[in-house]
Design a binder for this molecule. Structure first.
Ligand code: FAD
Ligand code: SF4
Length: 511
């Protein structure tokens, strides 16, 4: 049958079995469309990253001898809409069958199901051959359980896939989780190797994006685009990570520093989320490297990394498919405030937020603890509506695709799901940020003060947040310690805390 096969922008899987053989009757289609560039305002580097990677993937397909129809953003016959393009191609070119790989986003899943329902030709769906788990595996694993604890899922994955195991039941290093040893502050040593960056000239694609009038955020150096956009690039970032960064990955996983945007983080999320890299090959490379260099690399560094990909990444995907579409509307704490305007320009006197947001605007990247304990923490403490928070995270990061963005943002960071992903809200006063970074040293505010003019805003906001949610948290055992500390505060102190927190929330641009 004459078949049309769709490849979405995050389905750049070179190793997919679709591409093992070419047939005269199969034609692939890829498209740069406004439907995808406009559902949220994306960072310019995200749009550039996707378009460049898609175009490189198109080259790969052509070199392999596959027939491909590729719609560039400004092509005259580009109708900018998935449904319109597919239906027109099928009718004009008389395709007899339509095939697609399961999308990772709910909205595309719904749209493609609707399109197929309306087509009169045969249709078929395929796995993306990317993840360790299938969409429904997590739900099956936790069936009948009240709490969906990531740790149990992760241990099961380790056993099932025989990763970092001594034998079928015992983990390498004698422990499943070395999280507690992964909490060092970085104080200038050990030296951080420069990231495996790229200096690509993307000025031509940038011109096309501007010509199309796509609204974007953030900045880019068009002569020095710094992200992997091909399989070769992605593999070189992976190799670089194993050789140079893995050795300290776990130790400094939670560290933050004013001069270091990446520390020992891998920068692999974009390559993974576009499927240029497969999570198995990432884990295999890291684990093999560890076994070959056991005298230099501690298990805690490697376990910390494996947990992120085998554990958290697969877990978030499972939560997404279990909880969508309702998850998009969840707001259990009923937060209603706007996101402070400085999230869009980094103009704030709070040094931690300034640096974390500036990194994000300049690089389309922030590492996990900046996302969770600085920007996420502040948004939650200021009781920002999760829709606003989601919009920001979904737009600003090069790796942001809804299935992994929303579960991290609404779930892990904003506690909007009421405790599905996180058993308690990830909130802290300034002391945690001070413990893990050098931000407070040069900040306009004093991290040790609570209510004075120059007191760190996180401090009053923290107690005010607990106070505003007293009832909701009173039944949460994991909050007992925090809530009893709150109860010890006298009414005068609480009055001052509430007053300062209210002024921070009402006048975000003054801080
Ligand atoms: P590393 O620190 O080197 O970690 C290695 C890999 O582990 C990452 O590439 C990623 O694939 C995986 N990983 C690590 N943590 C997580 C996690 N919590 N969930 C899923 N995978 C994880 N990650 C995204 O890929 N897309 C997002 O849109 C996204 N949004 C986030 C929003 C918030 C509020 C928070 C707190 C986290 C978010 N994360 C997201 C998770 C994490 O912050 C990023 O994956 C990570 O910072 C990417 O940088 P890296 O590749 O250098 O990661
Ligand atoms: Fe951030 Fe407070 Fe530290 Fe300033 S003092 S950097 S606002 S935590």
């Amino acid at each position: 049958l004459k078949t049309l096969r769709l490849i979405l922008g995050d389905q750049l899987n070179h190793q997919h079995s679709w591409f093992n053989s070419e047939t005269d009757s199969t034609v692939y289609v890829m498209m740069e469309i406004r439907q995808e560039t406009d559902y949220v305002v994306h960072h310019i580097q995200k749009v550039l990253g996707f378009f460049s990677s898609m175009r490189n993937f198109a080259e790969f397909l052509k070199e392999r001898g596959h027939e491909l129809i590729y719609f560039k953003i400004n092509d005259k016959d580009n109708e900018q809409d998935l449904e319109k393009i597919l239906k027109r191609l099928i009718s004009e070119r008389k395709f007899e069958k339509f095939e697609y790989q399961f999308p990772d986003e709910y909205r595309l899943d719904k749209q493609l199901k609707k399109i197929c329902k309306e087509l009169t030709i045969e249709t078929e769906t395929f796995d993306t051959e990317h993840f360790f788990t299938e969409r429904g595996d997590l739900e099956k694993f936790f069936k009948g359980k009240k709490q969906l604890t990531m740790e149990y899922f992760y241990r099961d994955m380790r056993k099932k896939h025989n990763i970092l195991m001594v034998d079928s039941n015992n983990p390498e290093g004698g422990k499943w989780n070395f999280d507690k040893s992964n909490r060092k502050k970085w104080k200038g040593e050990p030296e951080i190797p420069h990231e495996r960056g790229f200096r690509k000239d993307v000025s031509a694609i940038l011109k096309e994006i501007n010509k199309a009038g796509i609204k974007t955020l953030g900045g880019v150096n068009e002569k020095s685009f710094n992200w992997p956009t091909s399989r070769e690039d992605a593999l070189s970032v992976l190799n670089y990570f194993c050789k140079n960064l893995l050795v300290h990955f776990g130790d400094f996983q939670d560290a933050m520093h004013t001069n270091e945007a990446y520390l020992f983080h891998s920068r692999l999320s974009f390559s993974l989320n576009t499927k240029m890299l497969n999570p198995r090959e990432v884990i295999d490379s890291v684990v093999d490297y560890y076994y070959e260099h056991k005298d230099e690399i501690d298990i805690s560094q490697v376990e910390g990394f494996v947990r992120q990909i085998l554990g958290w990444r697969e877990y978030m995907r499972g939560i997404y498919w279990k909880e969508m579409p309702g998850y998009r509307r969840s707001n259990k704490l009923r937060n209603q405030n706007d996101l402070p305007p400085f999230y869009w320009d980094a103009k704030t006197k709070m040094n931690c937020l300034h640096h974390s947001i500036k990194n994000s605007l300049e690089n389309a990247y922030a590492h996990h603890i900046q996302r969770l304990m600085v920007t996420g923490n502040y948004a939650l403490l200021t009781q920002t509506h999760p829709d606003e928070v989601d919009k920001w995270y979904l737009g600003i990061y090069i790796d942001a695709i809804e299935w992994v963005e929303i579960t991290n943002t609404r779930g892990m960071s904003q506690f909007a799901d009421g405790g599905i992903v996180a058993t308690k809200p990830y909130v802290s006063s300034g002391s945690y940020i001070n413990k893990m970074s050098n931000y407070c040293k040069d900040c306009h505010y004093n991290v040790h003060k609570k209510i004075e003019e120059d007191a760190c805003p996180f401090n009053s906001l923290y107690w005010n947040f607990l106070d505003s949610n007293r009832e909701k948290f009173s039944k949460n055992q994991r909050m007992n310690m925090m809530m009893s500390l709150l109860d010890k505060k006298d009414s005068e102190e609480m009055k001052s805390i509430r007053k300062r927190a209210a002024s921070i929330i009402e006048h975000p641009s003054d801080f």
